[in-house]
Design a protein around this ligand. Structure first.
Ligand code: ADE
Length: 232
């Protein structure tokens, strides 16, 4: 499908979240910076820069800014895992960003640039991703488009989870997506976040996360690979 992307910036927070992408990549150059390694090259003929940004909003912001302003990327995909909090969402289900927000932001921040609570994902990238998710046999779980909430916190107890649901009603929680979407918004570039549920951000989250991390991370990476395969 036509995306008009000439160079894809692809970020995962953990090594496992970019592992399958690295495997499929023809690497042309590498650069060590910001505590990580930026790999430039191609995947299925598409120009890409791939990095593991590390967890949290600051790491994600630094790497997203670098991809868009120094590496010539004109779109950003963030792929990885999340804690599912919406009704009916289970481990290995997928949430594609319809919009992203922060769950740990004071309301006063909404008065200042960018003065918005929600960052919308790019419609063309959403469509490209939806086409991949509807391919028979690709996903283990179900998929949906939804709201992703980001904060500098691993949510692993029901009280915190319930407070986040009451505040911003997300489908899932993670630690980088809205920061990347915020940078993309400020830069005027398209962005999409793809998350497979590794846990349900509840009292069992730490154990569930350990059991599902690898399968969940690989599934999100496979969706990105599908998008790159279909892109022209
Ligand atoms: N990423 C995966 N699971 C998460 C959780 N429960 N909280 C925050 N980020 C996550």
């Amino acid at each position: 499908m036509k995306t008009n992307v000439t160079c894809w910036g692809i970020l995962g927070a953990l090594d496992r979240e970019v592992a399958l992408l690295r495997e499929q990549m023809q690497v042309e150059s590498t650069e060590q910076l910001l505590g990580t390694e930026f790999l430039s090259g191609t995947i299925y003929g598409q120009k890409v820069v791939v990095a593991c940004c590390g967890i949290g909003k600051v790491n994600a912001t630094a790497c997203a800014t670098y991809l868009l302003f120094a590496k010539g990327c004109d779109a950003i995909i963030n792929a990885g895992i999340a804690g599912g909090v919406a009704h009916g969402l289970h481990t290995l289900d997928v949430v594609i960003s319809r919009e992203l927000c922060f769950h740990d932001q004071d309301a006063v921040m909404l008065k200042y640039f960018p003065a918005r609570q929600f960052f919308e994902a790019d419609p063309t990238l959403r469509k490209c991703c939806a086409e991949v998710c509807t391919q028979p046999g690709l996903l283990t779980g179900k998929w949906r488009e939804g709201r992703i909430a980001t904060g500098d916190k691993f949510v692993a107890d029901s009280a915190t989870r319930d407070a986040i649901i009451a505040a911003v009603a997300p489908d899932c929680v993670e630690m980088e997506g809205a920061a990347i979407a915020h940078v993309a918004f400020a830069a005027g570039k398209p962005c999409l976040v793809i998350r497979t549920m590794s846990d349900c951000a509840d009292d069992d989250a730490t154990t569930t996360y350990d059991n599902f991390l690898e399968r969940a991370a690989d599934q999100s990476a496979r969706i990105v690979l599908g998008m790159l395969k279909n892109a022209d």
